[in-house]
Design a protein around this ligand. Structure first.
Ligand SMILES: *Cc1c(COP(=O)(O)O)cnc(C)c1O
Length: 382
């Protein structure tokens, strides 16, 4: 099937990925077998912390909230500029969602705004590395430690990124990843949770495997026999099958190549679109090394829809990331806090994500130049 529209994001699958999946299909395990451990070891190598693989980025967040014992009445502080899974999985534990505004340039949660929302019910700060650019982790860590709360990093965009020389995945109390096809690497559907805190990570593992405790040292009953296992807290089935771990192992072996390809796209757009009136380009802090998931430009809010439609009319599959989570009608008026959150509102009103992927066949230098040229034509006519 041929793509008629240049997509904003797409996976990069080669013959070696296909071969890896086929050989898993011919093996003795389709679901939890030896490839789960192998994939978890590869993730640990990449992110610098032990990891548990799960069936999606959403599952990863649900597991992280379960691990910290999130319960009704607790509050979590989140940014509006994210996919709703960041909030949904916390709200399903009965937690109250609080929204802290983002920084005007990075669209990442603003540590100063976080501090204002902390009270005795606050259980966690949940930060999102928007577009792949890590959040201000040192500032957030200080706040979390000062108040004795957890720092969770939703790194769905940022596997392969680093912050002040430290790998994303080894910094927050719990870091969650997504392997959805548009993300930096894919298993079709999939995700992972990483943590240097072995107790938290064990809680993630047990929750993602039906709550089944199999470690004899933890049994509360006298073991009934060799088949014994027991449940202390309910869990779900969030396992990632061996078939998909095979794809993950193959994909992660190419992560440096993907990172380079994405940074080449980033640099090409940044060069071609530099210095133009009416376009703001993504910010890069000097102490981070992002693996870019998105290339978000900003244009004057009153012209955004026109430019978006103009790009779509030229078969460029631009996207808006995101409708701010607080604007969804699922939140009551007090929570959605529409009067405030000015930076989030402005960012959303201006943002357009240009095509970004590690696929040279689809997003070639020529296609990048075509996108830039089309953007420039539309903006010059304003
Ligand atoms: C993609 C994404 C998720 C959810 O991941 P899935 O694998 O699609 O479930 C969560 N948070 C953010 C910021 C995302 O971009």
């Amino acid at each position: 099937m041929k793509l008629t529209v240049l997509p904003y994001g797409r996976h990069e699958i080669d013959q070696d990925d296909i071969d890896a999946v086929v050989s898993a299909l011919k093996s003795d395990w389709l679901t939890t077998g030896p490839l789960v451990n192998d994939f978890e070891a590869k993730i640990e190598e990449l992110v610098g912390a032990p990891s548990v693989v799960v069936s999606s980025g959403t599952a990863a967040l649900h597991c992280a909230y379960s691990a910290i014992g999130l319960k009704p009445g607790d509050e979590v502080i989140t940014p509006p500029i994210t996919f709703i899974a960041t909030q949904a999985t916390a709200a399903l534990f009965g937690a109250k969602i609080r929204f802290a505004d983002v920084q005007a340039d990075t669209a990442n949660i603003d540590p100063k705004k976080v501090e204002e929302l902390i009270n005795s019910k606050t259980k966690a700060i949940v930060a999102v590395d928007y577009a792949g650019h890590p959040v201000d982790l040192d500032e957030l860590r200080l706040i979390a430690d000062k108040h004795g709360i957890y720092l969770i990093e939703d790194a769905a965009h940022s596997i392969g990124s680093s912050y002040k020389g430290r790998k994303v995945g080894s910094i927050a109390d719990l870091t969650t990843f997504s392997f959805f096809p548009t993300k930096n690497m894919t298993t079709g559907e999939g995700g992972a949770v990483s943590s240097l805190n072995s107790e938290l990570l064990e809680r993630v593992r047990v929750f993602s495997r039906q709550g089944l405790v199999r470690d004899p040292e933890k049994f509360k009953l006298d073991p009934h026999g060799p088949w014994h296992q027991e449940v202390h807290e309910f869990g779900l089935n969030y396992r990632l099958p061996d078939i998909l771990c095979a794809l993950g192992i193959s994909q992660i072996s190419k992560i440096n190549k993907f990172k380079l390809a994405r940074s080449e796209v980033f640099n090409a757009y940044s060069l071609e679109l530099a210095g133009l009136e009416n376009i703001k380009l993504p910010t890069l802090r000097e102490y981070v090394d992002p693996m870019w998931h998105l290339y978000p430009i900003r244009v004057p809010a009153q012209h955004r829809k026109h430019i978006f439609e103009g790009l779509r009319a030229k078969e460029i599959g631009v996207q808006i990331n995101y409708i701010p989570a607080n604007m969804h009608p699922v939140f009551d008026a007090e929570t959605n806090n529409l009067e405030n959150l000015e930076n989030s509102r402005n960012f959303y009103a201006e943002e357009i994500s240009l095509p970004m992927m590690a696929n040279y066949k689809i997003l070639s230098a020529d296609s990048i130049a075509y996108v830039s040229k089309t953007v420039i034509e539309l903006v010059k006519k304003l």
